[in-house]
Design a protein around this ligand. Structure first.
Ligand SMILES: NC(=O)n1nc(-c2ccco2)nc1N
Length: 323
């Protein structure tokens, strides 16, 4: 019995370490199959020797399921990825495609947004109360991280005003740069692994099993699009106006977002944000231009999984300062 107990303690230590790696840094040192095998071995031994089972066993934290203990969430409206334009010519080709769909004398308004480099999430509010949070996953289904998103500093648990019965908000979770540096400094001092960049820090923090750990992470959320909405009739036809409506209801919307009425306006916006990139308190990897008219967005639809009505224009890669 002693050797069984020893093996159980060894398994517990191994699994806790692998969990830490997986959820702290999103970088497990063993493949999931190996983790699952060890997990099942421990589970079996605990079933055979309940008297030897520890209250802190990793099998207690997850309610019995191995790694995949986040419930899966189906995105009724797919969470799209963005097509990228790496040059002004590629962007102009995009705007030409859009203009082809317009009547001749119509001009197209674009909504311009900084492209936040964090982790995309979906928040679902029912009667104004936050009822679910989910990662983007593969765009069709993600992980249920409700308890974790509730700990994000600027995510309202209750919206204010006359809100739709069901409102799904999508946006980016970022770890502000100052907080990221301080967090990594602390991790270094504690001989814990540091995050390579703020995006990993945000993604890894959101995938913590224990939301008390997430709660200690300085995360911010910025809304940038809407998913499921009941009562769409009351919403304006403009994407920008809808974001301002989200702001009125208490959701954080990035202050850099604005509309322009020409391709030149988009180019100016790209240059202006690029020039100020180092003064922003979060990582961005470009700007996003979206056709502002929802009606025109629906008319343009999307090809594969990227919308025809939006395009990201990426900045040149930032020279990586040696941290
Ligand atoms: N990452 C980011 O800041 N995004 N991502 C979108 C997006 C993705 C799909 C539709 O819109 N918009 C913004 N500002």
């Amino acid at each position: 019995n002693q050797s069984v107990h020893q093996r159980m303690q060894e398994l517990e230590q191994l699994l806790n370490r692998y969990n830490q790696e997986y959820y702290e840094n999103d970088e497990p040192s063993v493949p999931d199959a190996e983790y699952d095998r060890l997990f099942r071995e421990l589970k079996t031994l605990e079933t055979e020797h309940p008297d030897l089972k520890s209250a802190q066993s990793p099998t207690m934290k997850v309610g019995g399921k191995p790694l995949g203990q986040f419930r899966s969430v189906e995105h009724e409206v797919p969470m799209l990825s963005l097509d990228n334009a790496f040059s002004v010519d590629e962007f102009e080709a995009f705007s030409k495609r859009v203009e082809q769909r317009l009547d001749t004398n119509q001009t197209v308004t674009f909504c311009c947004e900084p492209k936040l480099d964090g982790a995309a999430v979906s928040l679902l509010y029912e009667n104004g109360l936050l009822v679910r949070g989910a990662t983007r996953g593969d765009g069709q289904s993600g992980e249920d991280i409700t308890e974790n998103v509730k700990t994000i500093r600027n995510v309202p648990l209750k919206l204010s005003g006359d809100v739709p019965e069901r409102l799904e908000v999508r946006g980016e979770v970022v770890m502000p740069l100052g907080a990221f540096e301080r967090f990594n400094e602390q991790a270094r001092q504690r001989e814990e692994k540091v995050f390579a960049n703020p995006r990993n820090a945000a993604a890894g923090s959101l995938r913590q099993l224990d939301s008390r750990i997430t709660a200690k992470r300085p995360l911010h959320f910025y809304a940038y699009s809407l998913g499921l909405i009941s009562e769409t009739t009351q919403l304006p036809d403009s994407h920008h106006q809808r974001l301002l409506q989200l702001k009125d209801w208490g959701l954080p919307v990035n202050i850099e977002i604005k509309t322009v009425d020409s391709v030149q306006g988009c180019d100016d916006y790209y240059e202006a944000i690029l020039a100020r990139r180092d003064t922003l308190n979060y990582d961005i990897d470009g700007v996003v231009f979206k056709v502002d008219s929802i009606r025109l967005q629906q008319d343009l639809g999307f090809v594969a999984r990227a919308p025809r009505w939006a395009i990201a224009r990426k900045f040149p890669a930032q020279e990586q300062l040696t941290t």
